[in-house]
Design a protein around this ligand. Structure first.
Ligand code: PGA
Length: 249
């Protein structure tokens, strides 16, 4: 069965209550594109309110702790996200891996926690600029995949997001050829480890996706959707990306 396109907004540390109107506009617009799965991951503070403002829509967290509860000041557990109506969680974003020193083992534990809580998980990987320039990007990302993807999971609930760090928030994007090469390599690595389940796993591209480049990036081989930061904050910027995904089916 063909993989449905998946377009996910990562609001990062942006959004006060007034931004719920933007989320409502995005989810209302998404109803015109039923072939695409659309989700928004706002800051934790807005998750519950966004679920209430857009019932039935896919709202998620941007991180979770690997434990279900305990003395972890400032952290949020995956069952807590599920409890307030979230249906997904992003783990292993480069801003967490780099800024909060998260290792592949940490990311794997968080992915397992999210899956155990019944959430869908978007697990991020991606190389720094120096690694890309040295020609080692694919090896680097496949090592992240080997170390951070759990051993067993429901393939429909685990997506990979390939986000080259140098492309995030910079306006730079890899060539379509490089994106297709990376996504193909990720798919083959997943198939070697998990067999046919790899065909059901969605691999998203992320890093400076916008309404102008989405159609080309989403059409690259083995690209099943997009993880979008800056261009996901308003319907005006986000809906053209959703529409581009819909046009590709
Ligand atoms: P960007 O962020 O679209 O603003 O580059 C993407 C991400 O970090 O998920």
């Amino acid at each position: 069965m063909a993989r449905r396109k998946y377009v996910v907004g990562n609001w990062k540390m942006n959004g006060l209550s007034a931004a719920l109107a933007d989320a409502q506009a995005i989810f209302a617009g998404a109803e015109d594109h039923s072939a695409v799965d659309v989700a928004i991951c706002p800051p934790f503070t807005l998750v519950g309110a966004m679920v209430a403002a857009a019932p039935g829509s896919a709202v998620g967290g941007q991180d979770c702790h690997s434990a279900t509860s305990g003395a972890f000041t400032g952290s949020v557990a995956a069952p807590m996200l599920a409890d307030i109506g979230a249906s997904l969680v992003i783990v292993g974003h480069s801003e967490r891996r780099e800024g909060f020193s998260e290792s592949d083992a940490d990311v794997r534990a968080k992915a397992e926690a999210g899956l155990t809580a019944g959430l869908s998980v978007i697990l991020c990987v991606g190389e720094p600029r120096a690694v890309r320039e040295s020609g080692g990007a694919i090896d680097y990302v496949l090592a992240q995949i080997a170390g951070s993807v759990p051993e067993s999971f429901d393939a429909h609930r685990l997506a990979i997001a390939y986000e080259p760090i140098w492309a995030i928030g910079t306006g730079l994007v890899p060539t379509v050829v490089d994106v297709a090469a990376m996504h193909g390599a990720i798919r083959r690595a997943l198939a070697a480890r998990f067999g046919g389940a790899a065909e059901d796993m969605r691999i998203l591209y992320g890093g400076s996706v916008n309404g102008d480049n989405a159609a080309e990036l989403l059409d690259a081989g083995d690209v099943d959707g997009a993880l979008v930061g800056g261009a996901s904050l308003t319907a005006a910027k986000f809906m053209p990306i959703v529409a581009a995904a819909a046009a590709l089916g």
